[in-house]
Design a protein around this ligand. Structure first.
Ligand SMILES: Cc1ncc(C[n+]2csc(CCOP(=O)(O)OP(=O)(O)O)c2C)c(N)n1
Length: 316
């Protein structure tokens, strides 16, 4: 993975999110989204360390994770717009993106819940003798969910090849970490005997290096690792939130976050002409992707419940 590749990923995620916000405003995306703007280095760095057959679970803020794992932006735009050509035929929307072929076991709107899905999936592969690694992304808010702590326990006890990636962006909705999390985030993982590290989540190359070491450890049968990635959510918690955002974050705090913009940190490593070429490539890709999504059909309302429930044959 080169510096240019990492830049391409952070830039792609950033521009995808900015365009998705425009589509929320224009009404093409109904229901809003949780923007990942500011946190792109985590998804880019982590997924760059993974094999295609490795697994991820994602969150309510998951577009960056799935794009970094290889989802076609046209299929993701179409999914957000509820179109038939969407990643999940328009039935999943922003918070339920899944593509088992790409190792994406699903975004999950239940805070902290996907930690146990990743742990179970990694364990199942290990039991079958495969060296697949699973990554669970979650926010600092998830650290207070009991299910995640249960996942830490079994992952450590059974040396499960899972990587816990906490995107500590400082807030759970409007609740600052300091007002919600007792003790330290890494300290909780260490209490289960899991090696835990706090890293710079704004630098994709640092995230890639830390993840590479954790993945090697997991593949070697040595069990889970926990990464606390210090990052900044530079937009709203959700696109519905804009009017309230400055009531809990100062302008100084936001501008300090923007001074560590992952797109700029990685972009500064490229020659100006290489950066411009990637920017143009990403723009063309997203122009085409948006065009495909906007030109795709909406599902027939009569078929709205198709694909939502397992059929009786599958259940048996
Ligand atoms: C179990 C559960 N509790 C509460 C919510 C409502 N909720 C949605 S997002 C969110 C904040 C999550 O914060 P964090 O885990 O830090 O992730 P971030 O939004 O910062 O990415 C909450 C409380 C939920 N979806 N699931």
């Amino acid at each position: 993975m080169t510096s240019v590749d990492l830049y391409r990923t952070v830039r792609l995620i950033r521009r995808f999110e900015e365009r998705a916000i425009e589509f929320v405003r224009s009404g093409e995306i109904v229901g809003g989204i949780h923007p990942y703007i500011g946190e792109e280095a985590v998804a880019a760095g982590v997924c760059a360390a993974l094999r295609p057959d490795d697994l991820i679970t994602s969150t309510h803020r998951g577009h960056g994770h799935v794009l970094a794992k290889g989802v076609n932006p046209a299929r993701m735009f179409a999914e957000l717009m509820g179109r038939e050509s969407g990643l999940n035929k328009g039935r999943g929307g922003s918070m339920h993106a899944a593509d088992f072929g790409l190792g994406i076991l699903g975004a999950n709107a239940i805070v902290g819940a996907a930690g146990s899905i990743a742990t179970g999936a990694a364990w199942a592969h290990r039991r079958r003798g495969r060296d697949v690694v699973a990554v669970s992304f979650f926010g600092d808010g998830a650290m207070n969910e009991g299910m995640l702590l249960e996942a830490f326990n079994l992952a450590a006890l059974w040396h499960v090849p899972v990587l816990f990636v906490c995107e500590n962006n400082g807030y759970a909705t409007t609740m600052p970490v300091a007002g919600a999390v007792a003790g330290s985030i890494t300290g909780r993982a260490r209490a289960f005997g899991i090696p835990a590290f706090t890293i710079d989540g704004q630098d994709p190359e640092k995230v890639l290096a830390a993840t590479t070491a954790a993945v090697q450890r997991a593949r070697a049968g040595k069990g889970p690792t926990f990464l606390e990635c210090l990052t900044h959510r530079l937009d709203a918690h959700h696109t519905f939130e804009h009017r309230a955002r400055l009531s809990y974050r100062s302008a100084e705090e936001l501008s300090a976050g923007w001074s560590r913009d992952p797109v700029e940190i990685q972009g500064a490593r490229l020659a100006a002409e290489d950066r411009a070429a990637v920017d143009a490539e990403v723009e063309a890709l997203l122009d085409a992707a948006a065009g495909i999504a906007l030109g795709s059909a909406h599902p027939d309302p009569a078929a709205a419940l198709e694909y939502l429930y397992a059929s009786p044959e599958v259940m048996r």
